[in-house]
Structure formats: C-alpha cells, structure tokens
Design a protein around this ligand. Structure first.
Ligand code: ARG
Length: 657
C-alpha cells in the first residue's frame, strides 16, 4: 500500500463536502520534512481559507472533524495557522509492514490503469564515435523501462539508431579513398571510426578555411567599433557615463569572442597543415564535403555499391555497440533505426502538403509551428529528407503499430528545440491523444567543467570507462576486505566478480542519482566510494543485511512465512519501518516526471535509516527472542527493498562485499 495515496483518499472524502476542484489541495498532503511534525503534513487549510474566505484554522478543525483516519493515525494535531500534522500509528505501521513482507511486490500495488509506453532511448549514431551522453540515455532509458514495467505498464523499448545519416556518406567516402586494408581486416569498426574521424577532420578543415576570411573580417570590424567607442569623449553625467562604459565593455567582450573563434579556427587548420600526410590529403580532396553529400545521396537513392557497403558496415557497427549493451545489461524490444522508415518519408511530406500543413519555400518543404520563429524543415530543396522527417514517420509508425498512450524520448537536452517543434507538428498532424515527452538530460562534464570526452572517443573509449570503474571498484572492495576485523574473507575470484558488479553499478548509479536535467561532473573516485549516495554504499548495505543472516544462520524466507509480530518500540525501528513503507511512494513520485533520481534518493535514505537502526539496535543479540525475530524481519525486508530498488535501476547486488 502507498500510505500517501491512502491518506489523500481519506482527505478527499473529508474535503469533498467543503469544496469542488480539490486535486491541488490533495497535492498539499505530503510527507513531512521534519519528524517533529509527524509523518505527514497537510497544508491545504491555508489555500482553502483563501478560496472560501474563511479562517484556515477553523477550516483545519472542520477537516479534522470529518477526517476518518483513526485506524491509521494518532489523533491529528493542528499547528500554527492551520497545518494538520499526522503521525502514523505504530500498530498500523506494523500491520502494513507485515503485508509488505508477504508481498512479492513489497507493497507496491500495480497501477489501476495500464498505459502503453514507447521508450526511445540510447539511439546512438552508428559508425560514429559514441559518447558518454549515449551511456546516459541508455542507463536512464533502461531504468525508466524497468520502473514502468514494474509499476504495471506495457512498455516497448526502441533503440532509434542513427543508421542512415551523413556519417555513412563519410565512412563510405573514407572507405573508398583512405582505407587501410589490413587494419580493416583486423578490426573493422576501429578502422571505420578512424575513417569517420579522418573524413570529418578534412571536411571541417575545408569548411574552416572557407570561413577564415569572414572570421578575420569580424575581428577587424569589432576592433574598429571598440576603438571608435573608445575615441568618443566620455559623458560627464553619472548614468550616461555608466552606460557608455558598459557599451565599451560589451564591445571589447565581442572582440575577445571573435578573436577566440579565430584562434580556434587557426589551430584547427594548423593541426592539418603541420602534418605532411594530412596536409597532402587535404590538398588532394578539396571538394570532400560535397563528395560526402554525394555518397550519402547515392546511398539514399539505392546505389548498389553504396548500399552493399552499408549492408556490410551496419552489422559490424551494431555488433560493436552490442558489446557495450551486454556489459550494461541492457536490451531492447526493437532497434528500428532511421533506415527502417526511409520508404515512408515521401508519404509524410506529401501528407503534410496535402493537408495544407506545410508549404514550399525556395523548393524546400517547411512546417510552420506556432511559437517558433523558424519553421521545421521536412524536405530540403535538393530533395533530401531530414532528422525531423524521420522522426515524424517514426511517430506515425509507432501510433499505427503500438497504439501508445505515451512516447518518451530519452535524449540530450541540446535537442530540446527539435523535440518541441516536432511535438507541435505532430499535434498539427492530428495525433492529439498521445503524451509526448522529451526526457532531457544534462551534459556529463569532466573535472574542469568541460564536456567529458573519453580518450579514444568511441565505443572502445566507453568500454574503457567501464574497465576503469571496475579497476577502481576492485581497489575499494579489496581495501574493505583487507580491513575486516577478522581478516579478509574473499578470495581473488570473488573480489573480481564483486568488482565487476560494483564498477558497472557505479557508472549507472552516478548517472541515475543526478537530477537528470542538470549537468554533472564525472568522478570515478566519488562514484565507487563506500560512503555517500553511491551504488557501492547501497550494495554494501544490502550485503550487510545478508551477512546478518549468514552470521546468525537465519533462514529469512522461513521467518517471512511465520506470522511473527513486528515491534517498532525503538525510534530507529520505527524510522526504518516507516521508510520501508514509502517504497511505493518513491516509485509513484519517480514516475510522475520520469526522474530515477527520486528512486535513488529514496534508497539512499532507506540505507541510512538501516545503518542508524543497525547502530542502535542489536539484531542477533536482541533482548528477547520476539524482538530478535522482529528485527530480523525488518532486515529481511530492507534487503529485499534495496535489491528490488536497485534492480529497477538495472543494478545488481552481491551477498558479500
Ligand atoms: N541519434 C540521435 C543522436 O545520437 C538521437 C536520436 C534520438 N531519438 C529520436 N527519435 N530522435 O543524437
């Protein structure tokens, strides 16, 4: 049972005779932040007072008089201007804990209305180096799928691979002109990545050279503007004078910005020009950008040679990505990449035109959506389709095929505008009864606050990240084991296995425990630490519950079946018991806005409650047999909630650490 939901039901019954439209009032029944004010607090009397023009304190009295919570709570208390404080009764808590212990779902009832979700996540551009952002999408998307499924929804996970874009034009061009036959035979994907990087460097080189004049001109113009401003006599009066100074500072900042761009461009050029080999390639391929576009266009026009290369490269690239998915323990129901929708694109564009939702502008097809300055392009004047066109076709396909109630896109925040426009266009198109959500996430930063890059910059780099986390975890696990009072307990094979589980978990948990919309700094040492809000700490807490059973030779499953009473006399027992009952609340909260960090936050809190309990209450040496049993049951339930909670995040546990 979800206690918060139950309480809100009771408040609903009490409020209904007083007021209509009470949803927002019910939201104001919340777990209290401070245990001195009980377990829950209802702050609805104040806004209700405003609405009805009555004294909140009086209304609080009326609400409490109607509120039927005797079975569940101690008599409610009214405090201050009209806060209603509620404390759960210990016998009620104990009975609900008993229910949770016997429930394989640990007290989490399946949702009343099952919805169908399509979750679009991971979605890397194949043949192009994958970056940590793709790990982030993969990990968050996988966790959301697991949590939604557990809640009782129907979930279809779909990896919308970028398998049809310009990057294929690049590797096809690279393969035709620059391939190293033996390197390709030995490690095809590594060679394709090299080709991708080489071609994009050359494209970039020529593009930069083309822009160099403009960049130089911009610096000169801005310098002139700043000099002119400086030459103006400064006004004497205060405000005027300040404004002039500000203008000058602004102009100087613009100069600095233009200079930085120019210097960056020059560095880029130098990197090519200072390497004789690269310089020669750049000279020999002056039109490489156009050539790449031509290769892409040929592929899209079913040119047999390019299509054959694509058919050869794609499975090789996918196999490479699969290795990472295997290590992360992630799988998809579908991996319909962009190529899957190609036949549908012309129909999409035609349909938009036929319905008068799009118009031609200089040969390009544009959809104008309200609230946006620029239209959404769905066909270029040269006939090429765009990322957005594929996304439209994808939505149409998903609607026909899966009839979803919601489609979630777990994608980098930088694509926010794309999705806003896309969703608006989809509404115009007539799909109004589907929830479309961009589950955006922030950038992963390095210690210096710059976007985090792996050294190799490809899937190898990402696997290297996992390896490094495992290595660090090995250090932590070994040190912890060596420091055990009775001497080390783990053999080498166990240590290695635990390090794998802990290391992979660390990477995932670090991603999941962040507020997903903010950027976060990638830090190996923090993420494998035994203390703090880390997977390691959670896994350690779980292992601790298991070690209690091992030490006392206790069969928890048998305890679970016996109808032993749970006592919550000690404050630490009560606090733990109450936390355990909040698992359903955490799941609900987490799904409200698709935020896995609310689940990690809950688990962290639970682990802390457990640690306090364990410090303050003897378990195996408890005063009486019945207290011992009750405490063992609490430990058992704690272990199960942590294990299930971590499992919903795609994280495994170990019995010993
Ligand atoms: N392939 C894209 C990228 O790596 C992400 C695709 C997200 N999904 C979508 N339906 N647009 O940036």
């Amino acid at each position: 049972m979800n206690p918060l939901k139950e309480l809100r039901q009771r408040f609903r019954a009490a409020l209904e005779p007083l007021v209509e439209d009470l949803e927002d009032l019910l939201e104001m029944v919340r777990p209290s932040q401070d245990p001195r004010f009980g377990d829950y607090q209802a702050n609805c009397a104040m806004p209700l007072g405003k609405r009805l023009g009555k004294a909140p304190r009086e209304l609080a009295d009326q609400i409490v008089a109607r509120l039927e919570v005797d079975d569940m709570c101690e008599p409610p208390e009214i405090a201050g201007p009209g806060f209603i404080n509620l404390k759960l009764r210990s016998d009620w808590l104990a009975a609900r804990l008993q229910d949770a212990v016997k429930d394989t779902r640990l007290g989490v009832a399946p949702v009343e209305t099952t919805r169908t979700y399509v979750v679009d996540y991971s979605s890397p551009n194949v043949a192009k180096p994958m970056h940590v952002g793709h790990i982030r999408s993969t990990v968050i998307g996988d966790a959301l799928c697991r949590i939604l499924r557990f809640a009782g929804h129907r979930v279809i996970s779909d990896n919308h691979l970028g398998d049809w874009g310009t990057q294929f034009g690049m590797i096809i061009y690279g393969y035709k002109h620059f391939r190293d036959e033996s390197a390709f035979a030995a490690a095809p994907v590594a060679e394709l990545c090299r080709l991708y990087q080489l071609v994009s460097q050359l494209v970039d080189y020529h593009e930069t050279r083309r822009c160099l004049g403009d960049l130089e001109r911009r610096v000169t113009e801005r310098e002139e503007a700043a000099v002119a401003q400086e030459a103006e006599p400064l006004p004497v009066a205060g405000a005027e004078r300040k404004r002039a100074a500000k203008r000058l500072r602004g102009l100087k900042a613009q100069v600095a910005e233009a200079e930085a761009d120019l210097s960056q461009a020059r560095k880029k050029l130098a990197r090519v020009e200072q390497s004789p080999a690269l310089n020669q390639l750049a000279t020999e391929h002056p039109e490489i950008a156009q050539a790449v576009l031509r290769e892409t266009a040929r592929l899209h026009a079913d040119d047999p040679e390019n299509l054959a290369l694509w058919h050869q490269f794609l499975p090789q690239c996918c196999e490479d990505i699969q290795r990472l998915y295997d290590r992360l323990d992630v799988c998809f129901d579908y991996a319909h990449g962009e190529s899957f929708y190609q036949q549908r694109l012309s129909h999409v564009v035609q349909d938009f035109l036929d319905r008068g939702l799009a118009c031609l502008s200089d040969g390009a097809v544009c959809v104008f959506v309200e609230g946006f300055e620029t239209p959404m392009l769905i066909r270029k004047s040269d006939g090429a389709y765009l990322y957005a066109t594929t996304d439209l076709a994808t939505i149409a396909y998903r609607m026909e095929t899966f009839h979803p109630d919601a489609i979630l896109y777990v994608v980098d925040h930088r694509q926010a505008e794309h999705f806003e426009k896309l969703f608006a266009a989809v509404r115009l198109w007539g799909h109004t009864d589907v929830e479309l959500q961009h589950i955006r996430f922030g950038t992963v930063l390095d210690q210096k606050g710059k976007p985090f890059k792996t050294r190799a910059g490809d899937t190898v780099g990402l696997e290297g990240l996992l390896d490094e986390a495992v290595r660090k975890a090995y250090g932590v696990v070994s040190a912890n084991d060596d420091a055990k009072p009775g001497g080390a307990e783990l053999d080498e094979a166990q240590r290695r296995h635990i390090a794998q589980v802990v290391g992979h978990a660390a990477i995932k948990y670090a991603d999941l425990s962040q507020n997903r919309t903010s950027n976060y700094v990638f830090n190996f040492d923090k993420m494998v630490a035994l203390e703090g809000n880390t997977a390691t700490y959670m896994q350690y807490s779980y292992a601790r519950t298991q070690s209690i059973f091992a030490k006392g030779d206790v069969d928890v499953d048998r305890l679970r079946d016996a109808d032993a009473a749970i006592s919550l006399e000690h404050p630490a027992e009560r606090a733990l018991g109450r936390e355990l009952l909040q698992f359903p609340e955490a799941i609900d909260e987490c799904l409200l806005d698709y935020r896995p960090n609310l689940l990690t936050g809950y688990l962290f809190q639970l682990a802390r409650r457990f640690s306090e309990f364990y410090q303050q209450c003897k378990v195996l040496q408890a005063e009486t047999e019945s207290v011992r049993t009750s405490r063992l049951i609490l430990c058992g339930l704690t272990g199960r909630v942590i294990r299930r909670g971590l499992d919903l995040l795609g994280i495994q546990v170990v019995d010993k650490m």
